[in-house]
Write a protein that binds this ligand. Structure first.
Ligand code: BES
Ligand code: ZN
Ligand code: ZN
Length: 490
C-alpha cells in the first residue's frame, strides 16, 4: 500500500471509497447530506459510520492533533480493509503543522495495514493499494503541497522501519536465533551503502570479559552475538548517537523459570534490539544528520545443566561484580556489558538503551506506555516531549536515593534484583546506571518498552502482536532535533 498526495479537489479524484473525518462535530462539513445516519451526540472521537452503499466512511475525530489523525485513519482502514476495494480518497486535515498532520494521517494507514501472516495457510490479503490524499482540505481550502509531501514521504519511511522491526519481533523463537538477528543486521548493511555491520561471536565476548552476557547465554544451544550497526550520514553529523538494544530472542526466565502463562510472548524480548535495527534503517532512509550506532546484545535465556544460577556472582566487563538472585532478571545483565562496551568503544554523545526490561513497568504504566529513565531530567523531558509527537506514550520515572539502596548485595557490588517488591522498573534502571561511567551520566537515557512492545489487543495503529515500540519515538525525536538544529544554523 502507498499513500499519495493528489493535487485535485476531493470530488474530482476517482477512487473506490472515500474516508471523511468529522472534526469536532463539524456540521458545516460539505457531506452534510449523509449525516442523518450519524449519531453526533454519542460519538466519542472514534465512532464510525460506514456507508458501503455510498462508498463512504465517516470517522468521528475530536480534534486535528496528530495523534487523533493517526488513530482516525487507522480506525477507518480497519473498518474497510477487508472490502473489495483498491483505492481510497480522503481530504486533507491540516492541524498546526502541515508536515506532521500529513505524516500522521499517512502513518495511520500504513501502520494499521501491517499483518504478520507467515504461518497462516490461508492469507487474507487486503486489496487496498492506494490512499489518495487531496490537496483540498476539509474546509474546501487548498493547502501548500511542499511540506505535505515531506510528511507523506516520512510516513512511508517510518512505517517501513516500524514494520521491519515488527517482523523481527513477531518471528518465532525457533527461527529467530541470535545468528538470525546477525544475518538480518548484515543484510541491512548490504542493502544500504551508508550502513556498516560487524558481528562479534562468543570468543570475542570472552576476550572482552563480557561475563554477564555470556552467563545469560550459557544454557542456550544457540551462541550469542554482539551486533554492531553503524549509519554514517552523507552530510556532517550533528551528534554521535548510540542505541543499545536488549535482544533476548527468547526469555524462558532461566532456572528462575517463568510460569507458563508469562512465558508466552517472550519471543518479544528482542524488541529493544529490533527497534534499534528499525531506527538505523529509518535514519538511513531519512538521511538524518547523525552518526548512529546500534549495539545489540542477542542471546536466549534458557535452562539446562550448564545454566547460570541464582547465587552465582558475575564479574562484568566493567569490573562491577553482580550477585545473581534471579536468572529472570537477565536483560540488565546483557545490557550491563553492552552499555559498558558501547561507552568505551564508541564514546557516544547520546546513549539510549531500549529494552523490554521489567514486568513492573507494565504493572506501573500499563500496556501502552514506555518508561523513560536517566540522570538528566532536561534530556528526559526533551525526549519525552519530542518523541510523544509520534503517538507513542512515554512517562518519566525518576530515580531517588532510597531506591538506590535496594540493589545492594552482601557478597558482591550489587544484586541483579531489588530487595523490595516495589518500584521494579526504576530499580532496574538504577541497576543499569551502575554501568554508566561518570562522563556519560548526563548523556544516557533508558527506555523500558516492556508495556507497549507487544500488543495483546489491537489499539490505535497497532495490530495485535509486535508494535515496533521505540522506532517511531526515536525517529521522531532525532528528526525534530535535526530540524531544530538546521533552523538554528540559518
Ligand atoms: N523480559 C522480562 C520483562 C517483561 C515482562 C517484558 C513482561 C515484557 C513483558 C524480564 O527479563 C523479566 O523477566 N524481568 C523480571 C525481573 C524480576 C525477576 C526482578 C520481571 O519483570 O518479572
Ligand atoms: Zn527475564
Ligand atoms: Zn527478559
Amino acid at each position: 500500500m502507498f499513500v499519495e498526495l493528489i493535487d485535485k479537489k476531493v470530488a474530482d479524484i476517482a477512487a473506490d471509497y472515500e474516508i471523511i473525518f468529522i472534526v469536532d462535530k463539524d456540521l458545516g462539513h460539505r457531506f452534510v447530506d449523509d449525516f442523518a445516519e450519524f449519531d453526533f451526540y454519542s460519538y466519542k472521537g472514534d465512532k464510525i459510520l460506514n456507508l458501503p452503499s455510498k462508498r463512504k466512511i465517516y470517522v468521528g475525530i475530536k480534534d486535528l492533533n496528530p495523534n487523533s489523525l493517526r488513530n482516525a485513519s487507522a480506525s477507518a482502514l480497519n473498518a474497510i480493509k477487508d472490502l473489495n476495494i483498491n483505492s481510497i480518497k480522503i481530504a486533507s486535515y491540516n492541524g498546526d503543522c502541515t508536515k506532521i498532520s500529513f505524516e500522521a494521517i499517512a502513518e495511520g494507514f500504513l501502520l494499521a495495514n501491517y499483518k504478520f501472516d507467515r504461518y497462516k495457510s490461508e492469507k487474507k490479503d487486503s486489496k487496498i493499494e492506494k490512499i489518495l490524499i487531496s490537496t483540498e482540505d476539509y474546509n474546501s481550502k487548498k493547502i501548500a503541497i511542499n511540506e505535505a509531501q515531506i510528511g507523506i514521504d516520512h510516513a512511508h519511511i517510518i512505517a517501513e522501519a516500524t514494520n521491519f522491526s515488527r517482523d523481527i519481533v513477531n518471528e518465532i523463537p525457533e527461527i529467530y536465533t541470535p545468528e538470525k538477528m546477525a544475518q538480518d543486521a548484515k543484510n541491512l548493511s548490504l542493502s544500504y551503502l551508508n550502513i556498516e555491520c560487524v558481528i562479534h561471536d562468543e570468543n570475542y565476548l570472552k576476550s572482552q570479559n563480557m561475563n554477564a552476557f555470556l552467563a545469560v547465554n550459557r544454557a542456550s544451544v544457540h551462541p550469542p552475538r554482539l551486533i554492531h550497526l553503524k549509519y554514517t550520514p552523507k552530510q556532517k553529523s550533528i551528534k554521535k548517537v548510540v542505541f543499545v538494544g536488549k535482544g533476548l530472542t527468547y526469555d524462558s526466565g532461566g532456572l528462575s523459570l517463568k510460569p507458563a502463562d508469562y512465558m508466552v510472548t517472550m519471543k518479544s524480548d528482542k524488541s529493544g534490539a529490533a527497534a534499534a535495527m528499525g531506527i538505523i534503517m529509518g535514519a538511513a532512509k531519512m538521511e538524518l544528520p547523525f552518526e548512529i550506532h546500534a549495539v545489540l546484545g542477542a542471546t536466549e535465556n534458557m535452562i539446562g545443566g550448564d545454566a547460570y544460577k541464582p547465587d552465582d556472582v558475575l564479574i562484568t566487563r566493567s569490573g562491577v561484580t553482580v550477585e545473581v538472585k534471579n536468572t529472570d532478571a537477565e536483560g540488565r545483565l546483557v545490557l550491563a556489558d553492552c552499555l559498558d562496551w558501547a561507552q568505551s568503544e564508541l564514546e557516544p554523545e547520546l546513549l539510549i538503551d531500549m529494552a523490554t526490561l521489567t514486568g513492573a513497568c507494565v504493572v506501573g504504566l500499563g500496556e501502552y506506555t514506555s518508561g523513560v529513565m536517566g540522570n538528566n531530567y532536561e534530556l528526559q523531558s526533551e525526549f519525552k516531549n519530542l518523541a510523544s509527537k509520534s503517538g507513542e506514550y512515554l512517562t518519566i520515572l525518576e530515580f531517588n536515593e532510597h531506591l538506590k539502596e535496594l540493589i545492594k548485595s552482601d557478597i558482591a557490588d550489587i544484586s541483579n534484583i531489588s530487595s523490595s517488591r516495589y518500584g521494579g522498573a526504576i530499580t532496574a534502571g538504577i541497576f543499569l546506571d551502575k554501568f554508566i561511567k561518570d562522563e556519560y551520566k548526563d548523556k544516557w537515557l533508558h527506555l523500558d518498552i516492556a508495556g507497549p512492545a507487544y500488543v495483546s489487543k489491537a489499539w490505535g495503529c497497532n495490530p495485535a502482536g509486535a508494535s515496533g515500540a521505540g522506532v517511531r519515538a526515536c525517529l521522531y525525536y532525532l528528526a525534530k532535533v535535526a530540524r531544530n538544529y538546521e533552523k538554528g544554523e540559518k
